[in-house]
Design a protein around this ligand. Sequence first.
Ligand SMILES: C[S@@+](CC[C@H](N)C(=O)[O-])C[C@H]1O[C@@H](n2cnc3c(N)ncnc32)[C@H](O)[C@@H]1O
Length: 264
Amino acid sequence: MLVDDPPHILDDLLGLEVAGVGETWRARPDMEPVRTRANRASIIARSRAAEDTLSTSGACQYVLLGAGLDTFAQRHKGPVRVFEIDAPATQAWKRDRLVQLGLLDPARLRLVPVDFEAGESWLAKAVEAGLDPTEPTVVSMLGVTMYLTAEAISTTLRQTASLAAGSIMVFSYSRPIEMAPSEVRSILEGATKGAAASGHPWLSLLTPDQAADLAREAGFADVNVMTSTDLHERYFAHRHDGLSPIGGEDLVIATAGRDRVGPE
Ligand SMILES: C[S@@+](CC[C@H](N)C(=O)[O-])C[C@H]1O[C@@H](n2cnc3c(N)ncnc32)[C@H](O)[C@@H]1O
């Protein structure tokens, strides 16, 4: 919103406030507006698609796996109960920021610390925190799979597929860099190096077939891939400023169809 012209794909000024970076963000090389355009578009497109899925589903529970600085719970005031699942240290930091800013409403948002790599069940912890696994739920996992091992992705997906029939999971994945259009390859290479240098290396890059197979093997009844080109067509095709997510993350949108419900 502070870089691109309207119409905006996602209205979120709160994220910047929660991040607490002041005006210094504009000087960061990874915020340079033109070179990072595809990455920026990809990030807003994945959130917009997940939030559109939630609003059309009619579900009253929204779980964000690896929520990061997502501000859905603060931006939307409807009846949806929100559960943010995240790595304990990251979430503790965000909790402090939300409290400092007076933005934490425990009636609406539950913060549930879980490390997906530590063998913990996100679902069991969320149920302890008040999630009703018999109610249809939308679960997003955006910008997370690349940081996880294949085993942790599968475990996380299996838990989600055991939710009430009709529950929907939206997760994003990055393709192997050699599959990206040449104009975004250097950005992806930079992001890969940056992630490794920060101690959070990318562990899993997936082809569309591999991502869909993971969802089917986890037990989802219906699995659809929405590529970055599909996201462009849906949200960006009318724009004339070059903002486009093509070459960024794709999404898998998968629907649970099981009778059995609840934590493993
Ligand atoms: C790039 S951020 C994405 C944040 C947000 N979902 C978004 O769409 O912008 C990656 C998130 O994944 C979380 N994450 C990475 N590895 C994790 C793990 N092993 N267990 C739990 N969360 C993890 C990080 O803490 C962070 O919040």
